[in-house]
Design a protein around this ligand. Structure first.
Ligand code: PLP
Length: 420
């Protein structure tokens, strides 16, 4: 069994909590950097490899800046995400704009920034042309339909709302070529939280075959293939991280066989992972407020599903460590809850943990992707702060906690008087 350890001590967390009260998310810069470098090294064997960090996983400019320094781009899918990339200094082809059901103003901004625009539907060729004009470089998102078995999280590709069919790809690239577009890319994303490396090699094979066919039929050259995101992380203690080098080597073999051997090189290989880049390096830190013993034993924390909704919404497993009791025997069975008026506001159900007292501090693991980012204000719950634990052991607040004023910011109480 692989054990899940923490990159900080109880003392360090108490030091942070003295300045920024719990709950908060803490991100481990050292872990993020080491992982980013490992990914770059493994995938570096592939032509022109670039990782575009999927901003939606952890939309914080400090994190994006760390990743930018490692040479990562940004994968954006909305206007605020594009603006965030711009603020961090990620512009031009450092941005991959992979959106769907896209409004006009987002295409306008993406074009203005010089982002690589990835179209989700054939009808968007004309829509983009009318909204912003066609850029030199255009990418299409391919949905392989029945060619590819769905993974459990994203589901069957034929049921997925994303992307072009195979026939639409051919027609779409032909239309682009006729309209004078000179540079072409292709994208697909058919998995989420997938732990099997073969899945990604298989995806590369499918996309390389499509490139070979379409290049042949239309006489166009593809500049890049974006294999999407979806690399999973070991949320559970008995799971193993995905070996990057196995994926990279497998993709390289398919590349040599289908791209190189067919005279279609160079073809740059892109990824747009979010979860695997930051997920394991974030922790939701929360204090135990109440213990309750009824039909079950409950640990009531000062966080709730507004801070981390994956367990409540997906029934997802997030490991929990009680700080200072790392080595204590797990003798008690608890439901670990938040304070929201929803019974699915539980971080863990029937979890074996050490004996817990009020005031104990819990670290809820793997909150670094789709954690704070998915926060919401239902039930008047406020989103927490985000803290970065620096490489040198110091810490900084990279987002403050919301206040009641933030919660009321969209209401005009002045107007209430005229409503008497
Ligand atoms: C969500 C998403 C990603 C990132 O997915 P992860 O599972 O976080 O790696 C990448 N590309 C697109 C288009 C997405 O919607």
């Amino acid at each position: 069994m692989v054990s899940k350890t923490l990159p900080f001590t109880k003392q360090k967390i108490e030091e942070i909590a003295a300045e920024y009260p719990t709950p908060f998310h803490v991100y481990d810069e050292k872990g993020i950097l080491e992982n980013a470098r490992k990914l770059k090294e493994a995938f570096g064997i592939l032509e022109g490899f670039t990782e575009y960090f999927a901003v939606k996983a952890l939309p914080n400019p400090f994190i994006m800046k760390i990743l930018k320094k490692e040479g990562f781009g940004a994968d954006c899918s909305s206007l605020p995400e594009l603006l965030l990339a711009e603020k961090v200094g990620i512009v031009g082809e450092g941005i991959m704009f992979s959106s769907n059901d896209t409004p006009k103003e987002e295409f306008v901004k993406a074009k203005e920034l010089g982002a690589i625009i990835n179209l989700d539907d054939i009808s968007h060729i004309q829509y983009l042309e009318e909204a912003a004009g066609l850029p030199d470089l255009v990418c299409f998102r391919y949905n392989p339909g029945a060619l590819k078995e769905g993974n459990t999280f994203i589901g069957n590709p034929e049921e997925a709302k994303y992307g072009f069919t195979r026939e639409q790809l051919l027609e779409g690239y032909r239309t682009l070529a006729e309209k004078g577009v000179k540079r072409f890319g292709i994208h697909t994303m058919v998995a989420s939280n997938e732990l099997d490396p073969q899945y990604f090699i298989e995806t590369a094979r499918i996309i390389f075959e499509v490139i070979a066919e379409i290049s042949g039929e239309l006489g166009i050259h593809f500049e890049f293939a974006n294999l999407g995101g979806g690399i999973g992380i070991p949320y559970k203690p008995d799971q193993e991280p995905v070996p990057y080098d196995v994926i990279a080597k497998g993709v390289k073999e398919e590349y040599d066989r289908l791209i190189e051997a067919n005279g279609l090189a160079p073809l740059k290989i892109f990824l747009e992972c979010g979860r695997v880049i930051t997920g394991p390096y974030g922790y939701l830190i929360t204090s135990v407020r109440h213990l309750k013993h009824t039909y079950k034993d409950y640990v009531g924390t000062d966080a709730c599903m507004a801070n981390l909704m994956r367990p409540g919404v997906y029934g997802a497993y997030h490991h929990i460590t009680v700080l200072g009791k790392e080595n204590a025997p797990t003798t008690h069975k608890y439901d670990v809850t938040g304070s929201l008026c929803e019974n699915n506001d539980k971080f863990a159900i029937d979890r074996m943990l050490p004996d817990i007292e009020t005031g104990d501090i819990l670290a809820i693991h793997d909150s670094g992707a789709h954690g704070h980012a998915m926060g919401f204000n239902y039930n008047g719950k406020l989103r927490s702060a985000e803290i970065l634990l620096r490489n040198d052991g110091s810490f900084i607040q990279i987002r403050r906690a919301e206040t009641v004023d933030d919660y009321f910011a969209t209401l005009d109480f002045g107007n209430l008087k005229s409503f008497e």
